[in-house]
Design a protein around this ligand. Sequence first.
Ligand SMILES: O=C(O)CCC(=O)C(=O)O
Ligand SMILES: [Fe+2]
Length: 441
Amino acid sequence: MSKSWKGSTEPDIEKSDSFANHGSQFSGDTEVRTRGQVPLKKLCQRGYIMIGTIPVQLQPPYSMNLQGSSSSPSLNFSSTCTEPRSMSNPLRSVQSNIRVMHTNVDKTLLPDFSPSSVSNNSLSPAERFPASNISRHQGKSSCTDHLWKSSEVGYVKRPRPAQRNLNNALAGYKVDPADIKPFDICFRRRHNSGLDISLHANTKSYTEVQEGVTEKIILKPGMVLLKHYLSHTNQVEIVRICRKLGQGPGGFYQPGYKDGAKLRLQMMCLGLDWDPQTRKYGNKRSIDGCEPPNIPDEFRDLAILAIEEAQNVSKKKFRAANVEDVLPSMSPDLCIVNFYSAHGRLGLHQDRDESRDSLHRGLPVVSFSVGDSAEFLYGEERDLEKAEKVVLESGDVLIFGGKSRFVFHGVSCIIPNSAPRELLEATGLRPGRLNLTFRQF
Ligand SMILES: O=C(O)CCC(=O)C(=O)O
Ligand SMILES: [Fe+2]
């Protein structure tokens, strides 16, 4: 998303109590973000003293980056999501056209709607991300904190906070360990499903709510909803992989804005990092210098197949000589993964932080929903009164490109206890919703 979304109009943001102490962890100036070694003299200028050869930080944040708009009109969703909703689809048999995802993982939210964000993209992709930088790293993390290691079961050992802070300070990054502590989207005792699932007491079974051929709904030209497109196997793998990546270097964290407000979700970027403060993409994230994990091939393949499916239905509907004019193809090179807990939301926004070329061509955003359902709003204007509403359920894929690339959209609420029972039993997923949005920079 061009997370402008999450930015300025975000109604669900909460002010961090610890803003005074931690706000600038996210908003260092460009010097602070300088990659590689920071000259010791500069460290001292920034509030470090030297003890022997070790620079020690005296104060938290030096400079707050307050440039640009940090606030915007607040939009209040009048949420009605208090009850589980009945799922709309009748019983169907499992669709066959979705590949079962492989289990090998090659190691590996959000935008701005202000018109100015497009002008931020005035450089070509090549200028902003030279080819050498945009290629994904293979296997190894280049996180400044080289002590992070994945264990076989997918958990990570991290260095102690003091060591981590020192490493990052030396490398020019400022990290508040509280903001990057590993976030596990699943309950740890996943095999004790009786205990876990009791927290989702009203969950429905797939067999009650879906299974079957994908229902394809054209919401607007270029905007297609594929109901129940992701198979159970796909969804389980998505949870499993996101869980693992989310706890490693470059994994989930709760992002914040320049003004210290926090987004009401956990976010992780794959392929390229998206910075909610600058609304720009980059190869490393500014909080701790970690490179985003690669987009797993399985995810990419599913996203591409979903676009083809949406193109097929669009072609029929609009009798287009060239379906690319209605809904262009896209090869994802970045993915923003959001985990919304029960109270997660996302304000109305447009996704427009991708490259000028990508936006100009209307290359689509592909959005996967897994877990609890969400009330999703969309419309031509940033106006809640005029917005249309659709419920996105676990397994749904939403695609918006072409003329709908700049549609305003947001999540007004997460519907409690609406995740499929089998998914929870297979994964131990916590209450909440996993959303993956794929784009091409
Ligand atoms: O969670 C969703 O369905 C929407 C996410 C979104 O709009 C974004 O990440 O830009
Ligand atoms: Fe978005």
